[in-house]
Ligand binder design. Structure first.
Ligand code: GLN
Ligand code: ZN
Length: 765
């Protein structure tokens, strides 16, 4: 009999109950008990949904982040939050957010505690709180969270398998601030894990899922060797360990994973199906194999009949030793498709969210353990749904296919090299040294949000909506003129989100209403769903930009989101390579670029905020990704005359490893994030002569602080040590939509004065 199980479930709640409970607690509108009971209710609901499987996870629920949970379990609290009296939950939020809650007795004194650093969880859009280590780090067990969840599960009669993050992944995810080796801490860490496993056994756990997703990444030899030693210690205990790997193939770590003395191994069969035979052949006779056969990262219905074709022979071979599950925790997809009563019914039939994934696993289990006949109706319905998708005219558009077939490398090529273009552009634009500009958005006021919302709900007609947006555009233009900025923007008031805005106007996308996915803490995103060939219906931004341009003699930048960013922030098709979807998006954006140019727009910015985060986990796959991503960007951007200036923007700072690809994008001007690190990030430019114009951000828009003029001058001069000053621009780090005008106006005033002063200094010299 195959065993069905799940690795983790979204915790935010169908209606984002956890988000609301957290925010209400943080703002002092509800009590800690309210929050705790929301957690209990959600766990109960989620276990009830999962109880159709043989094993459900416990300990996957989190009030903020599962990595931070693990740090607390291991007693690894940063020094700066130790010694606070009060409830552990408040200390937990102090690390997560820099403060706990408004009504906390330490609410005031704790404002100074800096929050833990946040970074992306592997190649997902989820962000975790980075564990902090140093030579003085000591570990001590606090199993209370897991014990409580095990007790709840027992009380409610669910068959729970506690989930923890393994010791090597825990260490690998952290930083060691004193620069020492993280592995040196393992000896101190393992006894705490051993104690934890003992405690879980005492709570009645027979299986514990121990997640080691770093096994799908490039590991240094020292880490590979340590794996065996560590698991010798852990498997000496009383529980059976299911070693879970996900987000990719094991590759060169396959033999290592297979040789660990654990009771079972979970493999991501969506991304590593080709490794099943080898893993099966290496398993010991007492080991189980768990296969992640339905996708925990994407929203398309599984092809159940095909999965069964794959599983039946394995099941025949392994018998009771086969387990099946989603590929990874379902944290990365929305909770329940059934809530989507307004979704296009045709497309809805092709989708599965977390709740539907559980049903898929159940059906697969029933087919394996009884027969396909036992679930004939489900399998037939699945076949019909999949056929409706593959046959749909809306998925396959012959006009798009024809355009794709005609794509030639020249499409991505500007007519002349940067130097010649720069000369043309200088003649046409006549900008000063250190030109000043912003990244696109200006503060999104309540009035703007209200107008957009009313328009969407049909409460505001088209004309009234346009008038409201035009008034905002006018305000932005007047402000920018008064500030004396050189290259203006229209302010993006009409955009709720830089990807959604374009997705809504392109054929090939649908949008859920409740399809929220946790990004970090209480923050959720609702990624667009790219289901079909992408086609632009018509101009998407031209009229807003032209309206802005009609109000000023200064150049107004057209403002677009690039193809790679649209792709990386959406749920994308699984029936064609990402690179093909990206190319379709590139062709659509290219049409918009060309329309802007024809309408007289002289400067066009194409944001690629998410280009870096699409990098594959394995370095060996980077080159291929970067090649097609850069090609797509170039196709979008480069269909213009030399005199049209193309900008791009990226809001991240680690460029060292991809600087060549960024240069290959060949944008005339790139604006990047740098202010937070005091221009240290420009180190990338020490060894690489970036050839084009660059605007290193001088104003950290993530902070309410207003940068002073001298600070900005200092930053630009630092940049000037690495980049010739005539190629430097002066601009903020990112868009200003999350800030208030009261902050933005003085900050930009200082920025413009700094540019003026710099001009004086450099014109004179
Ligand atoms: N143009 C966008 C804005 O200004 C860019 C946002 C981003 O890079 N995340 O808001
Ligand atoms: Zn940005």
């Amino acid at each position: 009999m195959a065993t069905t199980h799940n690795l983790g479930f979204p915790r935010i709640g169908k209606h984002r109950e956890l988000k609301h409970a957290l925010e209400s607690y943080w703002h002092g509108r509800s009590t800690r008990d309210d929050l705790l009971s929301c957690g209990t209710t959600l766990r109960k609901q989620h276990w009830a949904l999962q109880s159709k499987l043989d094993w459900v996870p416990a300990g996957d629920f989190s009030f903020y982040d599962q990595v931070l949970d693990m740090s607390f379990t291991l007693g690894n609290l940063p020094e700066r939050v130790r010694g606070y009296p009060g409830h552990v939950l408040d200390n937990y939020f102090r690390v997560a957010r820099g403060r706990s809650a408004a009504h906390d007795a330490h609410g005031d004194c704790c404002h100074g505690v800096s929050a833990g650093e946040m970074t992306k969880w592997f190649d997902t859009n989820y962000h975790y709180i980075v564990p902090e280590f140093d030579a003085s780090t000591r570990f001590s067990l606090d199993a209370s969270r897991l014990v409580q969840q095990c007790r709840e599960a027992k009380a409610w009669g669910v068959n729970a398998k506690p989930v923890i993050i393994g010791p090597l992944t825990s260490l690998a995810l952290g930083t060691r601030q004193d620069g020492g080796a993280k592995l040196a801490l393992l000896d101190a860490l393992l006894p705490v894990y051993a104690e934890l496993l003992g405690e879980l056994a005492a709570q009645g756990a027979t299986w514990v899922q121990i997640d080691e997703p770093i096994l799908v990444t490039d590991l240094e030899e020292a880490w590979r060797q340590t794996f065996s030693q560590a698991y010798e210690v852990l498997t000496a205990g009383p529980v059976k360990l299911l070693l879970a790997t996900y987000f990719g193939a094991l590759g060169d770590n396959l033999a290592l994973a297979a040789e660990l003395p654990v009771a079972g191994v979970h493999l991501d069969a969506i991304n590593a199906g080709h490794e099943i035979p080898e893993l099966v052949s290496r398993l010991r006779e007492d080991q189980i194999l768990s296969l992640g056969v339905v996708d925990g990262r994407n929203v398309w219905k599984s092809d159940l009949n095909r999965v069964l074709d794959q599983l039946e022979p394995i099941s025949a071979e392994l018998g009771d030793r086969l387990w099946i599950a989603p590929s990874c925790s379902l944290l990365h997809i929305p909770t329940d498709l059934d809530l989507e009563d307004e979704l296009d019914t045709e497309v809805k039939a092709w989708l599965a969210f977390a709740t539907q994934r559980l049903e898929e696993v159940r059906v697969l289990g029933a087919a394996l353990n009884h027969s396909r006949d036992a679930v004939r109706a489900e399998l037939e319905q699945n076949r019909r749904d999949l056929r409706s998708r593959s046959d749909s005219q809306r998925v396959h558009n012959p006009a798009v296919q024809a355009a794709l077939a005609k794509v030639e490398p020249e499409l991505g090529q500007r007519r002349s090299p940067y130097k010649a273009r720069a000369a043309e552009q200088a003649r046409k634009l006549d900008l000063p040294l250190f030109p000043t500009t912003t990244i696109g958005s200006f503060p999104q006021t309540d009035a703007i949000r209200r107008a957009r919302k009313q328009y969407k709900a049909g409460e505001l007609n088209e004309a009234a909506y346009r008038a409201a947006m035009h008034a905002e555009i006018e305000r932005c233009i007047r402000e920018q003129e008064a500030l004396g900025l050189d290259v203006l923007v229209h302010g993006e008031a009409e955009r709720n989100d830089m990807v959604e805005y374009f997705g809504e106007q392109l054929e090939g996308f649908v949008f859920s209403r409740h399809g929220w996915v946790q990004s970090y803490g209480s923050r959720c995103v609702k990624p667009p769903i790219l289901f079909g060939d992408v086609r632009r219906r018509g101009p998407m931004t031209v009229s807003w930009t032209l309206h802005a341009q009609s109000l000023t003699r200064k150049p107004v930048k057209g403002m677009l989101t690039g193809p790679v960013t649209i792709l990386n922030w959406s749920f994308v098709r699984d029936d064609q390579p990402r690179s093909v979807s990206c190319l379709q998006l590139a062709l659509a954006i290219r049409e918009e670029v060309q329309d802007l140019e024809h309408a007289g727009v002289k400067i066009i910015q194409i944001d690629e905020a998410a280009l870096r985060e699409g990098l594959p986990l394995r370095k060996s796959a980077w080159a291929d990704y970067l090649r097609w991503a850069v090609d797509a960007y170039r196709i979008a951007a480069n269909g213009v005359a030399d005199e049209t200036q193309i900008h791009t923007h990226m809001c991240y700072s680690e460029f060292n490893d991809i600087i060549q690809s960024i240069a290959d994008m060949d944008a005339d001007v790139i604006t990047i994030e740098t202010s937070r690190s005091d221009m240290e990030l420009l180190q990338a430019f020490d060894n690489f002569a970036y050839p084009n114009d660059i605007g290193p951000g001088v104003y950290d828009i993530h902070s309410p602080n207003i940068p002073g003029k001298d600070e900005i001058i200092d930053l630009i001069q630092k940049a000037g040590e690495r980049i010739p000053v005539r190629r430097l621009w002066v601009n903020p780090d990112c868009g200003l939509k999350t800030r208030r005008w009261e902050e933005v106006t003085p900050a930009l005033q200082n920025m413009v004065s700094a540019a003026h002063e710099l001009r004086e200094i450099y014109y004179r010299s």
